[in-house]
Design a binder for this molecule. Sequence first.
Ligand code: F6P
Length: 383
Amino acid sequence: MKKLRKRIGVLTGGGDCPGLNAVLRAIVKTAQNDFGVEVIGFKDGYEGLIENRFLEIDSRNVSGILARGGTILGTSNRADPFKYPVLQNDDYVYLDRSTQAVRNFESLGLDVLIAIGGDGTMAASAAMARKGLPIVGVPKTIDNDLVGTDVTFGFDSAVVTATEAIDKIHTTAQSHHRVMIVEVMGRYAGWLALYSGLAGGGDIILMPEFPYDIEGVCDAVRTRNAQGKTFSIVVVGEGAKPLGGEMVVARKVKTSPDAIRLGGVSHQVASQIEGLTNIECRVTILGHLLRGGSPTAFDRILATRFGVAAVHMADRGEYGRLVVLRHGQMDSAALDEVAGKLRLVTVDHEMIHTALSLGLCLGNPSDVPFADFYAEQEERQSS
Ligand code: F6P
């Protein structure tokens, strides 16, 4: 039996990224064309559902937004309905507003809530689904760290922006014979560093998953110089850390479910390389630039497919699940299986082997953690 009868509620939560508006447009068009139902958009993620702030979105306000970055609904990464920050006497107290969220949902006569977001939004959505709210999730994030889906929209656009930046930085690196360090976002996952490092022809890629040995990094720079390549490009994920060391925390946002904001490790890397090699280094931190701008064609299409599929899942009553991409096809996964987990780069990933076969330095000498790869490479060379 068809579940979509009246209205769909939708929200965008967590950090913005290119493609959010493309999903909203797809949801509104599919709701109208395939089911003849209305769409209500909550403002600023779960904040809007809790505080009953919303707007009706129809074909007029989604017209022309396919190529626009950000989200017309606004977003928030500090709106967990179960631990909602409320300012009292100059300090925050955390209240459970999940029942209020359910009440607002019901009073608007909604059939389903489509929650577009990253791991924080999916964790909150999984908990709201357990509370009985009919929810369908849509995965987004430039970090590409959500489990269950091959890729999230937003990632490709961020990779393209980072790659263009690395391309441009190459010219100064070459002209001045410098080591140029480019820091990209990605939080605890190195996907953005790995992809943009490969696409931009980086020489050294440092990812959070593989703590780096600064001596190994300097050796790679020296080796390149000895080969006559008098510059190096180091692409650093913001969560990268030295062997035995910690990630660099730029700030703490105490009202956010994950308070840690990373950033600045590239300054450490630069001063160490400069100190150990005497080669001039410069740092560029790309930061929020990677979340902005128009989505790539890939992200527009993925976001559109996700939006259409999410509305159809809602009509089939497939609640408590999120739409995912698996082997190129639309599929779904349980919110509970995704919430609270991160998809990180693993040592056996084909892209790691690709980088090592190209002779890139991933921050380590031959012992840890790529020992098997190097041993096999050596065996092939000697046979
Ligand atoms: O999750 C997306 C992301 O851009 C991360 O790559 C980054 O660590 C974080 O959000 C930054 O968050 P904020 O916008 O709160 O500084």
